[in-house]
Design a protein around this ligand. Structure first.
Ligand code: NDP
Length: 310
């Protein structure tokens, strides 16, 4: 089996930028994109803070263009998941869900992070039947309906704002009485007449019938009451967790599963030849531009690693 110079696991701004740099350095990279090519930005609408777009850019368009740019210099793409890796020796070996196997001298991990769910008993079975973690994907189905969004950060505010385009009423259920979201996002929601906040409150149960979600039981920590609130939809806006499960402990991560950079500012991991970029190693900035920047660094680092090991 041919050993590749570099395989990039995961798409999104980090993976595509790593691919752009690696392909321009003639490393002929392969990007294994996962099942959601383009990553989290493909589920968002306007991105107003990616430099170079004074009028903003749609998330999916930004990702399509990044991919095309990497393709132009010879990057190969494969839409499958990596299910197993062996990082104990070089070349590293990878097994994919579609049965493909690969060897690579260096690996760049840019698998990002996925939306968190509350962990309620039936929430996963109700995905698509009233439970969602993506307003952009599913908001359309809630025209003139009542929805609840859980969370108090920017994700929750973004979900809530977006849902007002469709829903008749959007309630934001937050476990405290102050928001974590940035000021502009807070203000946008607080002054939106379609959005109402349900403070000091936790969703304890999802009520449903055969058609899907009909309500939620919400505990108020100030009054100690639990109330049934009727709703057609429940959107998760409580943050993300890193996609590192497939590494099965072969790379050092923190308690939450984020890969720990071992040689900052370089995107090195504790395994020589394996580099990490984007949200999979960043629980702090989590921005498209910082992910793209770290993808550039990972590719340059992989290139120099290959030169040094020749
Ligand atoms: P955050 O971690 O910032 O916020 C998560 C929110 O969910 C918090 O309010 C938290 O409550 C609440 N929460 C977490 N777990 C639970 C739970 N089990 N039950 C109830 N509530 C819970 O995550 P975000 O995804 O909102 O944002 C992450 C980063 O991404 C931030 O840096 C943000 O700025 C950025 N971002 C930027 C956007 C933009 O600029 N357009 C859009 C989306 C995200 P508590 O506050 O009590 O901890």
């Amino acid at each position: 089996m041919k050993t590749r110079n570099v395989i990039i696991i995961g798409s999104g701004p980090a993976g595509y930028t790593a691919a752009l740099y690696a392909s321009r350095a003639n490393l002929e990279p392969l990007v294994i994109e996962g099942h959601e090519p383009g990553g989290q930005l493909t589920t968002t609408t306007d991105v107003e803070n990616f430099p170079g777009f004074p009028e903003g850019v749609m998330g999916p368009d930004l990702m399509t263009n990044m991919k095309k740019q990497a393709q132009r210099f010879g990057t190969e793409f494969l839409t499958t998941h990596v299910k197993d890796v062996d990082l104990s020796k070089r070349p590293f070996s990878l097994k994919c869900e579609n049965g493909d196997e690969f060897l690579a001298d260096t690996l760049i991990i840019s698998t990002g992070a996925s939306a968190k769910y509350l962990g309620l008993e039936n929430e996963k079975e109700l995905i698509g039947k009233g439970v969602s973690a993506c307003a952009t994907c599913d908001g359309f189905f809630y025209r003139d309906k009542v929805v609840h969004v859980v969370g108090g950060g920017d994700t929750a505010m973004e979900e809530a704002s977006f849902l007002t385009k469709f829903a008749s009423k959007v309630y934001v259920v937050h476990r405290r009485d102050t928001l974590r979201a940035s000021k502009p996002m807070q203000e946008r929601c607080l002054k939106n007449p379609k959005i109402e906040f349900v403070w000091n409150s936790e969703v304890k149960e999802i009520v449903h019938d055969e058609t899907g979600v009909t309500g939620i039981k919400v505990f108020n920590s100030e009054t100690n009451d639990t109330n049934l609130r009727e709703t057609d939809g429940l959107f998760m806006g409580i943050g993300h967790s890193p996609n590192t499960g497939f590494l099965k402990g072969q790379i050092d991560t923190d308690k939450a599963g984020y890969i720990i950079p071992t040689n900052a500012p370089h995107p090195d991991t504790n395994v020589p030849g394996v580099f990490a970029c984007g949200d999979v190693q960043d629980s702090y900035y989590r921005q498209a531009i910082s992910a793209a920047g770290s993808g550039c660094m990972a590719a340059i680092r992989a290139e120099r690693f290959l030169e040094d090991s020749e």
